[in-house]
Design a protein around this ligand. Structure first.
Ligand code: 5GP
Length: 261
């Protein structure tokens, strides 16, 4: 499928114009960044795995009635998606306290939360995606009260579904980030789940060993990033049990080259 002009380049993805009005091609790069771009590297094969894992999860969510931007996966690195007007808020869902929650509030790492906690961050790299309140979202018209209620309900349904899906393959869903966008459908705004759901956007721990199977391997210099993402793909049945890196057509993982500014 022919790509149109580049519409946007983010840290891990590029968005191109799609073949038809209202569509875009989402291209998954191998680039990895953390700490608001202070740490950068390329992890060979990561884009391919995230493309497959995100496709799998969004298709499954679609089957339980969650509307998403995904139309179909096109190839190893690309998906055809609907163009949405992104709501500039990252919706973080947490089941276990870790990461910025423990840092900001001094909560003990690994504390199991009594119920899922939804947090909002303003999607703004220059400001470091600051934590915000619902009142900020309403005051600055980033979303309406009605849209927020709908999104929160969706976040909880997505969490329920994903917790079950991962638990079934021996993985704890610790936390994750979601993005939503609007499309205009027959003169009515509709909210769709957008972006991606992958080990780049979730924290995933092995149920028994608590081994991290997500982007924290990159953030915390734990190594074996691709092996961890492949393990997630294998357990979800996306990659064959015995498949190895070369069979999914990307080379051996490169040593991670850390460039700290
Ligand atoms: P934390 O706020 O603890 O750093 O992150 C909470 C969860 O949201 C983690 O699963 C993390 O991967 C995800 N997350 C939060 N912000 C971002 C972001 O800007 N990019 C990505 N890829 N994930 C994020």
């Amino acid at each position: 499928m022919n790509k149109g002009k580049k519409l946007y380049e983010g840290k891990a993805k590029i968005i191109y114009e799609g073949p038809e009005k209202g569509t875009a091609i989402q291209h998954f790069k191998d680039d990895a960044t953390a700490f608001n771009n202070l740490k950068k590297s390329s992890v060979e094969g990561k884009g391919i795995l995230n493309n497959r894992i995100s496709e799998h999860i969004l298709n499954n969510l679609n089957q339980i009635g969650i509307k998403t931007h995904l139309i179909k996966r096109l190839n190893m690195r690309e998906q055809l998606v609907k163009i949405v007007e992104i709501i500039p808020v990252e919706f973080i869902v947490r089941n276990i306290a870790t990461g910025s929650l423990t840092k900001k509030l001094g909560i003990t790492d690994g504390t199991i939360l009594s119920k899922p906690l939804i947090e909002y961050s303003y999607k703004n790299d220059d400001l470091g995606d600051p934590l915000i309140a619902k009142e900020h979202i309403l005051e600055f018209n980033w979303a309406t009260e009605e849209e927020l209620d709908f999104i929160k309900e969706n976040c909880l349904r997505i969490n329920d579904f994903m917790q079950g899906m991962f638990r079934g393959v021996g993985i704890k869903l610790v936390d994750f980030k979601l993005e939503f966008g609007r499309i205009n459908n027959e003169d009515k705004n509709e909210i769709l789940l957008a972006d991606e759901i992958s080990p780049d956007t979730c924290r995933l721990w092995d149920v028994i060993s608590e081994k991290k199977l997500d982007k924290d391997r990159f953030r915390k210099d734990l190594g074996n990033i691709i092996e961890a993402y492949q393990e997630v793909a294998r357990r979800l049945g996306i990659m064959h049990e015995k498949a190895n890196i070369s069979e999914v057509q990307f080379g051996k993982p490169k040593a991670v080259n850390l460039k700290k500014k």
